[in-house]
Every structure is written in structure tokens, then in C-alpha cells.
Write a protein of this length. Structure first.
Length: 356
């Protein structure tokens, strides 16, 4: 199985990508709205077909990317039947399975953090995705959205802890940089509900957390009850329209040599190689401006902000760094030339100077 753990630093949310290695069918657990392009880029780069976006619960600290992924990739949305959400393609009940290729996830109802929380366990019980029910050496809170400390205690002790001790557990959030734990570890070391902790101890602990409500709760919960679909009067998310671009998992918009050739008159081409390379064997693109990478930060003012900028180097690495420098400087329309001058020349496109 293909497995990737992804992270959103703004909400400290983990998103999980699982895919059948043979069929390339995939599922994505707890996607984040702002990370949709990142997730779609990874799915495309790995040659996967996203079949399902799965929610462990209705999140209060971020908006899900499920609807955007459905709109862009044609995936379907599934979450607990007890969630109260509208617009899902499938409402899950305890014991059901979500198949993707020859792989599957089993739904385990684990209410407590919210009334509609579920855990997803791999068919071979090697991994489980616990949402906000069980965290690494902790648990989710139980003081809103139908939360119930007693329910959470039983969900963890009777449902999640029924999995093998070796089963790896992956939470929906972590605020300390911890990525993974196991059933055996949590049974022994979890300070809130490990083996020696009684129900009364746990409920007393949870009743006295006195946590502030999540800052995004008033926005996130209503949106997530629509599976992340924007309100009908909200403008759709717009991709760059000045040229056909592709978004990469590295977080960069790229343009192909052919597309750049068709848009050279509309763009500022910034070649960030050294002068000897600019006039060297590979030549350079007609009309390109030479600004070596080491000078770009101080010379960015030479570029017009109202026109798109394409960064270029030998193979695409230095120009990707230049892209990030210009993005941080506030340039709104940017792209990196995919493959750099090596690909430009390999595809037989015209250059100024250079060798045959």
C-alpha cells in the first residue's frame, strides 16, 4: 500500500493518503481546504485516482477540502451517518468498509469528541486513523459538538484498544510534532486513559480542561456540515488564467516550454543563471532578462508586478528558489519553467546564442 502523512501547519491537521499500489485507487482522510492543490498535485504525481475523501468527524479548526477535491478530481465524500452533515455521497455506519482497489478501511464508531466521530482501520489492522478521539499521549476535547467524556472513554478502551497492540495509530492533529503511536503504547502510557485510569478519573480530568474554543469554529463547523462546499453566493476558487499552468507537490506553479513559447509576449522571463551560463552552450530565451539568483532579492524592483513572471534556470532548481523569492516579495502571477533550459532545448525550441 502507498501511504503518505501530510501536514497543515495552520491548523496542525494531519491528512492521510492511502492507495492500492496495483490499481492506484486512493482515499484521502481529513483533507484541508487550503491544501487542496497540494493534495491534488501529489495524487497526480503518483499517478493515483482519488476515489474517496473521508472525514473522521466534523472539524472545528479547519474547513475540509472534500468538496473541492470532488469538484476537481471527481472523488466522492464519505463520513459518519451521525455527523449531521449534508451533501456527502455516503453516510457511514459502524462496521462498514470503504474499498479502494484491493485494499479497504473498516469504519469503527468512536464517539466522544463529537457524536459523529469514527476511526478508520486498515483491513489487516496494521494502521488505524483515530481522528480527534485518541491523540498521541492524549485525547480530543469533549466540551462541544455533542462531546461526551464517558463516551470517549468507552470508545478508546473498548473499540480502539481492541485492535492489536502493534497497530499503529495516526491522529488527526498533533501540536508537538508527534506523528504516530501504537495501541500498545497508548494502553500503557496515555496519561488520560491508560490501563490504570478509571472512568471517573477521566471524566474529572476532561471536565476541568477549561480550553478556549477553536478560533475558526464559527466558520469551520457550518462549512464542514456542508462537506466543505462554499455558500452558493461565494465566488469559485480561481486557478491562474494567464497561461496553462500545473501546480506541483512542492507548492509551485509550473509552465511547460510549449506553453511559455506561446506566451512569451505576455510574460517577463527572468533567467537566474550566471552570466557565463546565459551566454553559454544552452543559450537563452529571446527577450529573457538576466538576473542571477544571488541578485534577485535586491533587483526584484526591476520587474513589473502587473505582468506575469516566469523564472528560468538550467534544469528548474534555482528558478524554483527564485519563484519563492518573488512570491515572498508579493508578486501575484508567477510560474517556473519546468525542466529549465535543458527541457527547452530538448524540445527543439528557439534560443538566442548557444550551440547547436
Amino acid at each position: 500500500m502507498i501511504f503518505r502523512q501530510l501536514f497543515d501547519p495552520q491548523s496542525s491537521t494531519y491528512t492521510y493518503l492511502l492507495a492500492d499500489e496495483d490499481t492506484r485507487d486512493a482515499v484521502l482522510i481529513d483533507p484541508v481546504f487550503e491544501q487542496m492543490r497540494r493534495d491534488a498535485a501529489l495524487i497526480g504525481e503518483l499517478g493515483l485516482a482519488l476515489r474517496w475523501s473521508l472525514e473522521t468527524h466534523i472539524h472545528a479548526d479547519h474547513v475540509t477540502g472534500a468538496w473541492l477535491l470532488k469538484d476537481k478530481l471527481g472523488s466522492r465524500v464519505a463520513l459518519s451517518a451521525a455527523s449531521g452533515a449534508e451533501g456527502a455521497d455516503r453516510y457511514l455506519k459502524d462496521g462498514e468498509e470503504i474499498a479502494f482497489g484491493r485494499s479497504s478501511l473498516r469504519v469503527i464508531a468512536t464517539p466522544g469528541h463529537t457524536s459523529g466521530c469514527v476511526t478508520y482501520a486498515c483491513g489487516d489492522q496494521s494502521r488505524a486513523f483515530t481522528g480527534d478521539c485518541l491523540l498521541v499521549r492524549g485525547t480530543g476535547r469533549t466540551d462541544f459538538q455533542g462531546g461526551d467524556a464517558a463516551q470517549m472513554y468507552h470508545s478508546v478502551r473498548e473499540r480502539i484498544f481492541s485492535l492489536p497492540d502493534s497497530c499503529l495509530l495516526y491522529p488527526a492533529h498533533d501540536y508537538r510534532g508527534l506523528t504516530c503511536t501504537s495501541v500498545g503504547e497508548e494502553r500503557r502510557f496515555n496519561p488520560r486513559l491508560g490501563d490504570e485510569i478509571a472512568l471517573g478519573d477521566f471524566c474529572g480530568h476532561m471536565a476541568n480542561l477549561k480550553l478556549a474554543h477553536p478560533k475558526q469554529m464559527d466558520v469551520a463547523v457550518p462549512a464542514n456540515l456542508r462537506c466543505g462546499r462554499p455558500p452558493t453566493n461565494a465566488p469559485p476558487e480561481v486557478d491562474p488564467d494567464w497561461a496553462p499552468l500545473a501546480y506541483t507537490f512542492a507548492g509551485i506553479w509550473e509552465i511547460t516550454p510549449q506553453a511559455l513559447e506561446e506566451h512569451t509576449a505576455d510574460t517577463q522571463i527572468v533567467d537566474v543563471r550566471e552570466p557565463s551560463e546565459f551566454t553559454g552552450p544552452l543559450g537563452h530565451i529571446e527577450g529573457a532578462m538576466l538576473i542571477p539568483l544571488g541578485e534577485l532579492q535586491t533587483r526584484a524592483g526591476e520587474l513589473a508586478r502587473e505582468r506575469p513572471v516566469v523564472t528560468v534556470c538550467r534544469a528548474g532548481s534555482r528558478s524554483a528558489q527564485a519563484y519563492n523569492i518573488l512570491r515572498q516579495a508579493g508578486f501575484p502571477r508567477l510560474a517556473n519553467l519546468a525542466g529549465g533550459m535543458l527541457r527547452w532545448r530538448a524540445e527543439g525550441l528557439a534560443v538566442k546564442g548557444g550551440e547547436p
